[in-house]
Design a protein around this ligand. Structure first.
Ligand SMILES: [Zn+2]
Length: 210
């Protein structure tokens, strides 16, 4: 299988991206992944200029999805929240949102609500396993898993549902955002867990996958 180059973005607009994208710097990118908490106009810009497919999940600062409201989605991209797709033989799944830290927060879930959402993906994962011999190659989420790249404050606890999804679906790659590491001496943005490469893409990463 040939190498696929991914541009993954999350959480923060990087002004330099506008310049890099416009000047052709990312023209060899095959796929754009959005891990949430970014204005949809930013995702639409990257997708339009690179003219490559965009798959994304909403974060806790994104609006609730409303099919009739263009402001609640990235036009031309695919919202993968609780969905899986097959893109050029890659099976990609998505899980939006974060831990609930405000009673009325959008795209926020308690641990048990998140687990119920994850279980909703089970029929698709089983279907993929039966048809393709594997449940997922890539999983994108806004939140990190619990205990991995997360933090101890309520808003940045990881979701246990994602640990379960990683165990159940065994994706080779898991991309997330939500947690921002400012102190580079403690920054750890990649962890390998049972064969899954867990990557914090904040604010953007270029990853070659095979
Ligand atoms: Zn977030």
């Amino acid at each position: 299988m040939r190498v696929v180059k991914i541009l993954a973005v999350s959480d923060q607009i990087v002004d330099r991206i506008y310049l890099l994208v416009s000047s052709g710097h990312f023209r060899d990118v095959d796929l754009i992944l959005g891990c949430g908490d970014l204005p949809y106009t930013y995702l639409e810009f990257i997708m339009t200029v690179l003219n490559k497919p965009l798959y994304y999940v909403p974060g806790n600062h994104d609006p609730a999805y409303d099919p009739n409201d263009v402001r609640s989605k990235a036009e031309g991209g695919s919202n993968l929240d609780l969905r899986t797709v097959r893109h050029q033989n890659y099976l990609i799944g998505g899980f939006g949102g974060s831990i609930r830290y405000r009673p009325d927060g959008t795209n926020q879930y308690t641990q048990s609500e998140a687990s119920q959402r994850a279980f909703q993906m089970l029929p698709q994962l089983i279907g993929n396993s039966l048809r393709h011999g594997r449940a997922l190659d890539i999983l994108i989420a806004h939140s990190p898993p619990f205990g991995i790249h997360d933090d101890t404050d309520q808003a940045h606890n990881g979701l246990k549902a994602l640990n379960w999804l990683i165990r159940a679906a065994k994706p080779r790659y898991f991309f997330h955002g939500h947690t921002h590491f400012y102190r580079s001496n403690i920054a750890k943005n990649e962890t390998i867990l049972n064969g899954t490469r867990i990557i914090n893409v904040y604010p953007y990463k270029i990853i070659d996958i095979q």
